[in-house]
Ligand binder design. Sequence first.
Ligand code: ADP
Ligand code: MG
Length: 499
Amino acid sequence: MSTVTAGSPAAGSFCIPRSRRRINMPRFTMTVRSSNAVSVGVAPILTKFKHDCATPLPLLRHVADAMATDMRAGLAVDGGSDLKMILSYVDTLPTGNERGLFYALDLGGTNFRVLRVQLGGKEERVIATEFDQVSIPQELMFGTSEELFDFIASGLAKFAEKEGGKFHLPPGRKREIGFTFSFPVRQTSIDSGILIKWTKGFAVSGTAGRDVVACLNEAMDRQGLDMRVSALVNDTVGTLAGARYWDDDVMVAVILGTGTNACYVERMDAIPKLQGHVSPSGRTIVNTEWGAFSNGLPLTVFDRDMDAASINPGEQIFEKTISGMYLGEIVRRVLLKMAAEGSLFGESVPEKLSTPFVLRTPDLSAMQQDTSDDLNAVGSILYNIAGVESNLSARKIVLEVCDTIVMRGGRLAGAGIVGILQKMEEDSTGLIFGKRTVVAMDGGLYEHYPQYKRYLKDAVKEILGLEKSKNVVIEHTKDGSGIGASLLAASNSKYEHDF
Ligand code: ADP
Ligand code: MG
């Protein structure tokens, strides 16, 4: 590919010693038409990329319809579609009457969190909460099941030791835990479930096919920790329960963090595959596991390559297109190609840019918040992360790539939400669009990426139209899943209770 001009690094954008600056300086070739021009080789890559990522309204409608269709197929029979539509065994939602001391443990993706809450019933509600957060060491994500669960149990033991103040356990009782486990589990009862497979980059040996509650109980035994799991809860289900505690209109919960998933309140008579299980309320929460959805998504060669190189090729395609773990990596792959084939950063390809996952989604977000004329922050992030010097037009292209990926992700997530709402409305006219309906949302991606959030909300409006979308409220619930899991521990307590 011929280089017309090579960009000059924008001087003074960040402070680095001259000698170091020289090391990464792109070599100049031929005549310099404009100090801000980048290679013409980049343009066709960008054009094709944007074209392949496009999410026009008909495509979003198609995705929403396909989501609804896949939900039905997954409810009809196990294995009926990409969507597992897992029964949560949560048949009663929090009432507000829950009382007592309960714990929650959340194993999600990047961190595990422990939480205790003292619940005071309808009047006092949440009397006190305390929580702690520990990041999961990388090596434990690839270690053995025992190592991972021992680490968790020991973190829980340390946290439980510090209980005091407003937290009280009646004598003779064990502490009860709501265990939020955000990986696909075939639930067998409210307090047991078999891990189907790890996702989100976890590859722990010896857990798939096992009851994760038993894994935790055994680790707690090894730690001499006398607690019991009374509810095993997917994080979406915990979020729904936590949000519902405050607002009766919550019908759906969505997670957009490291990974993604959604759950919703379903009628028992709309679940043909359900055999023998009776819910006194006539409803239950269904965990869609929508990360595995794949129908009609606009994918690029970069998505396919990333998927092929992943530890679960061919799986979790929706998750790989819209969730926080992957957005940065897709952008990195695009930039690498632009650098190699279009001399985006001058003639040399920055070595660091070849490292998978070196560019993270929070970096994309930080770059997109840069409103300065010379895109200073974009320049320093590119330098710090990828070791590249960039001129203004290269920075603009980087932002365009970020925006393309984030727009596609946010809009597809919005289409997924509409798919769920549509399915519920089709089964019970007026249930969703005839009144206020709340979608509880949790996860770091939605919380910390304003552009993503905007694209998602706009897409929901665009697909539903103004009238219908007025009734749909997407509400961020901070740590809803932790409180929700403890509420479910309360309502499933093995001790006598009247809530
Ligand atoms: P988890 O999904 O691991 O349980 P979170 O819900 O806190 O945890 O989400 C963490 C994820 O959110 C990160 O992996 C990252 O992808 C995304 N994220 C965190 N901070 C930001 C940010 N500032 N901008 C964009 N995305 C972010
Ligand atoms: Mg989480």
